[in-house]
Design a protein around this ligand. Sequence first.
Ligand SMILES: NC(=O)c1ccc[n+]([C@@H]2O[C@H](COP(=O)([O-])OP(=O)(O)OC[C@H]3O[C@@H](n4cnc5c(N)ncnc54)[C@H](O)[C@@H]3O)[C@@H](O)[C@H]2O)c1
Length: 255
Amino acid sequence: MKIQGKTAIVTGSAGGIGRATAVLLAMRGAADVSLVDINEAGLAETAQRVEAAGGRASVHKLDLSDISATDAWFRIHGDVDILHNNAGVVSGLPQFPDVDATRLQWIIDTNLTSLVAATQIAIQAMRQRGGGVVVNTVSTVALGTGFYDAMYATTKAAVMMFTRCCAPLKEDCNVRVVGMLPGLVDTPILDTTGAGGKSEWMKMVLANNEACTPDDIAGGVMALIEDDGLAGGDWLAVRRLDGKVEYQWGHADTL
Ligand SMILES: NC(=O)c1ccc[n+]([C@@H]2O[C@H](COP(=O)([O-])OP(=O)(O)OC[C@H]3O[C@@H](n4cnc5c(N)ncnc54)[C@H](O)[C@@H]3O)[C@@H](O)[C@H]2O)c1
C-alpha cells in the first residue's frame, strides 16, 4: 500500500518502536496518524515529532488492558487504512508461576486480547473501504523454543499464530495482516523486566546481542505496509549483526 495520503493508528506510540513508526509514516506522507498509548506525556512528544515530520497527529489515551474501553475506542476511531498493533508489555516481577491471576490476565489482555479486538473492528471497516493493512508487532521470541519470560513469549506466539491465520483476508477483502518480529531493541520496555530496572537475564541478553534501533524496526514496518505483492500472513524478523540490519522474511505457511 502506498502510504501517501493514508490514515493510520499506531498503538504503543508514546515511545520506542511505536514512536519511530508513527514518525516514519508521517515522513512517507500519511495524512493522519492516531497515536494510542497509556502514557500521555510520551504521546504528546510523539505528536510533536509527527507534526515536525509533516504529518497530522491526534493523541488518544487508552488502556489496552481494558477490553471494553478498547472495543469502544476502536468502534469510534478504527476506520483507517493502516493499523499498527504495537503496544506490548513484559511480565515484570513476579513471573510465572508466582504471578497472581489478575496480573496473568493483564499481560494476556494487553498483548493479545486487545490486539484481536482492535484487528477485528478495523478489518470490518477496511472491508467496507475496499482494503487495508494491519501490522502486528510480535517478537523474534515467537520463532524460538523458549524465553526467560514465559507469559510474554506465550502471548507473542499467539499473536504470531493469529497473524498467520488472518492470511486468507487478503483474498477475501484485500486486507493484509502481517507480523513485525523485532529482535532485541533498546527501548524502555527492557527496564520493566526487573524490580525497578533491567532484570539480570535482560542484562545478559543485552551483553550477548546487538540491539536494533527503533528506526530499524520502523523501516521494516514500512516494508510490510508497502509491499502489496505479499500474500497476507507474512512476517519480517529484524535483527542487527555486525552493525548491519538483517531482514528475515517468512510467510503464512513458513514453519
Ligand atoms: N524492545 C525489544 O527488544 C522488543 C523486541 C521484540 C518485540 N518488542 C515489542 O515491540 C513493541 C513495542 O515495544 P518497545 O520495545 O517499543 O517498548 P516501549 O516500552 O517503548 O513501547 C511499548 C509501549 O506500549 C505502551 N503500553 C503498555 N501497556 C499499555 C496499555 N495497557 N495500553 C496502552 N499502551 C500501553 C507503553 O506505554 C509504551 O509506550 C511491544 O509489543 C514489544 O513487545 C520489543
